[in-house]
Design a protein around this ligand. Structure first.
Ligand code: 8YV
Length: 315
């Protein structure tokens, strides 16, 4: 009889993480097809105490409720908006994420999007590949250095962005629920005022009920026609229809976007805009970072199942 704890893998995980789990625990995979999933749960739900999943897939209250003996959900990703942590908390289920190991990677991408959209790097690449250089010179961009970087959400990733922006001689300002005593950046408790003062409004906040569409038409108008929006947080924090409208009407200078409201679907109007840089949610998508995240997921599972508790619990 196999006495190893049983781990249910929900959604796509890397080969290395799946192998680590398979080598150490009894492993089951949740079918994605609804009929198959129901049959699977009917047979296995009672024996499952541990789930390994990702921020990209998530865990609903419905699925957690279908696993009556569930004790741990270990998720790959720092964001946990796709996990029903409220249900988990009220039902004694521990949820873990993978903070810190991806701060640098995501912050690097934020700077990349900022420089790309301000200096027309992706546009210039297309300009050459489309054979347009023969006929005309490329359009002018905007400086990044010595400009104001307004960070919405000065958490661990926000601080990593601020550190990079300082290296570009940028002035750093931020908006959050409270002023932080361990930084000497300009604090704004009014998002509109931060938008007005920013040349680059960089979104690094979590997606919660309170932050849905926090970037709206008025904020975008306040950012202004020389301002750029950079989003490496979650699509839900931006009113995407208002963003498309602001870009169409030249209310802002451009946008660098790694996340979208309805991924993998993105507004087709953005595809045609030369002052927009689009990436497909690749904030943490490097070999090194995904390996570190996978190791942290596995470490949380090992520690919890060894009775030592979780390493990075959310709840
Ligand atoms: C995830 C992310 O790692 O960390 C997060 O919250 O959004 C991504 O970097 C990726 O979606 C895999 O789940």
């Amino acid at each position: 009889m196999n006495t190893k704890p049983l781990v249910l893998i929900v959604g796509k995980l890397s080969k290395t993480l799946k192998k680590a789990i398979e080598d150490n625990y009894q492993t089951l995979y949740l079918p994605e097809e609804p009929t198959e999933q129901q049959a699977f749960l009917k047979t296995n739900s009672q024996s499952i105490t541990t789930v390994a999943t990702s921020a990209a897939h998530g865990m609903t209250a419905e699925l957690m409720a279908a696993l009556p003996n569930l004790k741990l959900v270990a998720s790959l990703g720092v964001g946990y908006d796709s996990l029903d942590v409220q249900y988990a908390k009220t039902h004694g289920i521990c949820v873990t994420n993978t903070p810190d190991v991806l701060n640098d990677c995501v912050a690097d991408l934020a700077m990349g999007l900022m420089i790309d959209v301000a200096r027309n790097i992706s546009y210039a690449d297309r300009f050459i590949r489309d054979g347009l250089w023969q006929d005309r010179s490329a359009k002018l961009g905007r400086k990044v250095s010595h400009k104001t970087c307004g960070i919405v959400g000065l958490g661990r990733i926000g601080k990593a962005i601020a550190k990079r922006a300082e290296a570009f001689d940028m002035n750093i300002a931020y908006y959050g629920r409270h002023q932080q005593t361990d930084v000497n950046y300009d604090f704004y408790d009014d998002l509109n005022k931060l938008a007005i003062t920013s040349d680059f409004l960089v979104l690094a906040l979590p997606a919660t009920g309170d932050t849905t569409h926090i970037i709206n038409e008025q904020i975008l108008n306040d950012l202004g026609e020389k301002g750029f929006l950079i989003n490496i947080a979650r699509g839900a924090v931006v009113d995407e229809n208002a963003l498309v409208k602001a870009l169409k009407e030249g209310k802002i200078a451009g946008a660098g976007l790694d996340v979208f409201e309805h991924e993998p679907n993105t507004p087709k109007e953005l595809w045609e805009m030369d002052n927009v840089v689009l990436t497909n949610h690749i904030g943490s998508a490097t070999y090194e970072t995904r390996e570190a995240m996978a190791e942290l997921v596995f470490a949380n599972i090992q520690s919890f199942l060894a009775g030592k508790g979780a390493i990075t619990p959310v709840v």
